[in-house]
Each structure stands twice: as C-alpha cells, then as structure tokens.
Design a protein around this ligand. Structure first.
Ligand code: NAD
Length: 467
C-alpha cells in the first residue's frame, strides 16, 4: 500500500476521532452520529428512528436514499482507501468500483412496489411492509460494499438497522456509518436509522442477536455466523461462503475466457465471495487457455515446484488458509517465496491435481489453481463437487447452449455467469441489480429491499374492480 493511502487513512482516523469524541477525549454515545457504545443504546435509537421513518412519506424516503447514494459517491475514494488500510485486504481501485456499484445499483423504494390482484371477488392488495429493526453482521472482506448495500435496501424497505461489523473492519465501518447517517439527517430523515456498535466483538454480536427489540437478523459471512443467526429463533437471512468454480469447455471463446477469468479471479485480490476460486478446464483447450491467460500480461504461471512453495506459505500445517495472506497483492505473496513479479501482475496461476487443497478451500487471495479434466462430463461432475453445495456462484465459458443448460442444472448455484467475469453476476458489466448479501443458504438470492420486508395482504370483496 502506498504512503498516500496511509496518509488518507490517518487523516480519516483523526476526523473520526474528532467526530466521535468530545474535547476531553470522551466518546459521546448520544448517537447523534449513528455510533454507539452499547448494543442497547443503538437498538433503542433504531427503534425510535424506525417509528419516525414509517410516519414519513415515501417521497421523503426516496430523498433519503438519493442522499445516501450521493454521499457515498462523494466520499468514495476516501472510503475505498480506508477500507484497504483498515482491513489490509483488497485493492483501492477495486473498492472504488465496489462502492460505485453499491451506490448506483442497489434497488431503492421502487423495489417494494405493491401487487394488486383483481377478479370476480374484488381487489386484493399485497404490500411489502417493514420488519422493524434489523441486526446486521457484516464481513471483513467488504465493509464498504456490504454496509452501503444493506443500508440502502433495509432503509428503502422502511426499516432501521444496527450494524455489528467485523472487529477488524471497525474504523472503516464506523466511517461508512458516519457518512450515511449524515446523509440521512441532511435529507430530513431521523437520526438513528443506521446505527453501529462502536467496538464490535463476538459478545456484542450475541447481544444484538438476542436483543428482544431486534426483529430480523442478516448475516453476511462464513457458515458459522449464518448458522448462529439461523438458530436465533428470529426471522433471519444468511449469506454464506462460496467456492465458485469456473468451467471452460472446448467450445469456449478461449481468449475471451482467459481475460474474463484473470479479471474475475483477481478483482480485489479475490476476496469477493463470488470470485472464481478455481478453474475446471477440459484438456483439449487447457494449454491454449493458459497461453492466453499469460498473454494478458497480468499472470504469473507457477512451476510445480513454485506452486508447492506458495501452497506451503498460504496454508497452515493444519490445512487451513493462512489468514495473513488473504486479500494481499500477488507481489507480496510471491515475494515471500522469493519470486519477483512486475507491478502489472495480478494473479499467480498453477496446474493443480484434483485433490489440491486450494481447489477445495476458499482461498480469497490471488493464487489460482486450474484443474485439467478429460471432457465436459468430467468437468461438470468435478465442478459440482468443488462447489460443495454452497449454492453460491458458478461461472462458465462455452458457446454450447446444451452444455450451459446442463451445467447450470447440475450445479444449482444462486448465481450462474456465462461468458463473463464473476462480477457480471452482481451487476458489474451484467444486467440486474447488485447485492453484497447473496443469500444462498436461506434462498433470498441477491437480497434487495423486498428481502427485508414482511408481506401484508389487504382484501376488499366485491368492490374496487373497475372493469
Ligand atoms: P466471518 O464469518 O468471519 O464474519 C462475518 C461477520 O460475522 C463478522 O461481523 C463477524 O464478527 C461475525 N461473526 C463471525 N462468527 C460469529 C459468531 N459465532 N457469532 C456472532 N457473530 C459472528 O466472515 P469474514 O471473514 O468477515 O468474511 C469472509 C466470508 O464471508 C467468506 O467466507 C465469504 O465468502 C463470505 N461472504 C459472503 C457473502 C455473501 O453475500 N454470501 C458476501 C461477502 C462475504
């Protein structure tokens, strides 16, 4: 990370301190800024704010959402730099894209349009009502994207939200909340619509989950936290881990596939849950794909011996991912095994046997295994196995429609991307809205405002049908 980013980060920290502490250095927990010392204070503020929000017009709610989008875009570069310096994960230029995506392609109030059903018996109206106060647990990997995306969707649906962010994304999460909170109040919204527990821990997470005034839980993270919210007895959305395979068959446009895989697997140093985590490639085109990947100028092909050294570095003796290399630049990872690559390099790739641990683990770093298989049939069977039933994301490069259909049916993922980088599936260069809470385990898919509602029906018999 460059020194200019560190400077920005230290300035942001200073501003944050000033905003959250009085002249004697005491933190003011009043929550006028959305930051609270205790879970209970945050939840009480969120309860009061949500009551006020639902008394306001939908037009005012739209103004609030517009103000959030604008404020995020105005603060984008600062937030992106702090996200990287605080979490030590990802790339600033990709965080900037992440923030723009979330600010512009997260659906707002339009997502909760009511549905009317009219017939011989009259009219029935289905409305998407708020659930109340939402407790949201957010990941270290996307503190800006998830908070922006969740806030817009949850507030557009008429809720308030209390965030318990990942402890290692504490400063950036506080900064995002300050920006959004101010945007809400500037647009005439009530303070406390978005709240954050200033020093988040597993204890505060538990307190939030158990708090009687929290009506719904949303967990974005690994399987354990998803399991915790699903056991809570409350309405819960779980967006869990993935291990997305990218399948390349013999009919693919190989040069395009190579470029897309390099772009997708290296974005934000592979920390997005949707990133290609391993490739499954039919042998007929394997060598050509590697050649085209190298021709992008962004790839370093590891020899078998180098791949072994890198694997030993990034995995622990117990077979777990070494977290100190998650989200790091490829230059840093390779440097630590004595390999120098130029600044343009984004991804280290290697040919892996089927049982290689990095094929099966969600590595979240720019070290990318490719498995060579005999034919399409074997590719489908193996890709389904490595996805491990996460129902998360799969990517495919092919021009054979039957192959596409067969793989999509076999793998059953929430997101299935064809002939593009993974991120087309969350609306970056692909159609459709974005989401940074992709709920495979609980089935909401790419969550949006409507996911954070409860349905209410109003039936009027024999009237209001005008035809
Ligand atoms: P993580 O599961 O360690 O943490 C996520 C959040 O849950 C954090 O706020 C953390 O403090 C909290 N948490 C963790 N264990 C908890 C427990 N037992 N009780 C209460 N709270 C708990 O995940 P992470 O390392 O921050 O993020 C990376 C993971 O998140 C990856 O597996 C990635 O695939 C996944 N992810 C999924 C999505 C999605 O939309 N499906 C999006 C982003 C990240």
């Amino acid at each position: 990370m460059g020194s200019s980013q560190e400077l920005v980060a230290s300035l942001v920290r200073k501003v944050l301190e000033e905003l959250t502490h009085d002249s004697d250095g005491n933190h003011h927990a009043g929550g006028g800024d959305g930051l609270f010392n205790t879970v209970n204070e945050a939840v009480e503020a969120a309860v009061a704010a949500q009551k006020k929000l639902i008394q306001m017009s939908l037009e005012r709610r739209k103004d609030i959402i517009a103000s959030i989008r604008k404020a995020v875009l105005e603060n984008n570069e600062r937030l992106a730099a702090l996200a990287v310096s605080d979490t030590k994960l990802g790339r600033v230029e990709d965080k900037i894209r992440e923030n723009i995506l979330c600010a512009t392609k997260t659906p707002g109030v339009e997502d909760i349009q009511p549905v009317a059903m009219s017939g011989d018996c009259g009219l029935t109206l289905l409305e998407y009502a708020p659930v109340g106060v939402i407790g949201a647990l957010t990941p270290i990997t996307n503190p800006t994207g998830t908070l922006i995306n969740n806030s817009i969707g949850m507030i557009a649906a008429g809720n308030s939200v209390v965030f318990n962010p990942h402890p290692s994304a504490r400063e950036i999460s506080a900064q995002v909340v300050l920006v959004i909170h101010r945007a809400i109040t500037d647009a005439g919204g009530p303070p406390g619509l978005i709240c954050l527990v200033r020093v988040p821990t597993l204890d505060t997470a538990k307190e939030l989950i158990d708090h009687p005034k929290v009506n719904m839980l949303v967990a974005t993270g690994g399987r354990p936290v998803v399991d915790v919210v699903l056991r809570s007895g409350k309405k819960a959305i779980g967006a869990g881990a993935g291990n997305p395979p990218v399948l390349v068959d013999e009919t693919a446009n190989i040069r395009k596939a190579a470029q897309c895989i390099v772009d997708g697997a290296s974005v934000n140093n592979n920390i997005f849950c949707i990133c290609e985590k391993e490739a499954v490639v039919v042998q007929e085109i394997y060598d050509t794909l590697i050649k085209f990947m190298q021709e992008t100028g962004k790839v370093y092909l590891l020899s078998p011996e180098e791949a072994e050294r890198v694997t030993k570095l990034v995995m622990t003796a117990e077979g777990k991912i070494n977290t100190s290399y998650i989200g790091k630049d490829v230059q840093i990872i390779l440097r630590d095994v004595g390999i120098q690559v130029n600044d343009d390099c984004r991804l280290a790739i290697f040919r892996a046997p089927k049982d290689h641990p990095l094929v099966w683990k969600e590595q979240m770093m720019p070290v990318f295994p490719l498995v060579c298989v005999k034919d399409f049939k074997e590719a489908v069977e193996f890709a389904v196995k490595v996805e491990q039933g996460n129902r998360h994301t799969a990517i495919m490069h092919s021009t054979n429609v039957e192959h596409m259909t067969e793989f999509a049916r076999a793998i059953q993922t929430t997101i299935f991307v064809k002939n593009a980088p993974c991120y087309a599936g969350i609306g970056l260069g692909g159609e459709g809205h974005t989401s940074f809470t992709i709920a495979g385990p609980t089935g909401e898919g790419l969550t949006s405002a409507r996911s954070f509602t409860r349905q209410r029906r109003c039936t009027l018999v024999d009237s209001f049908r005008i035809i």
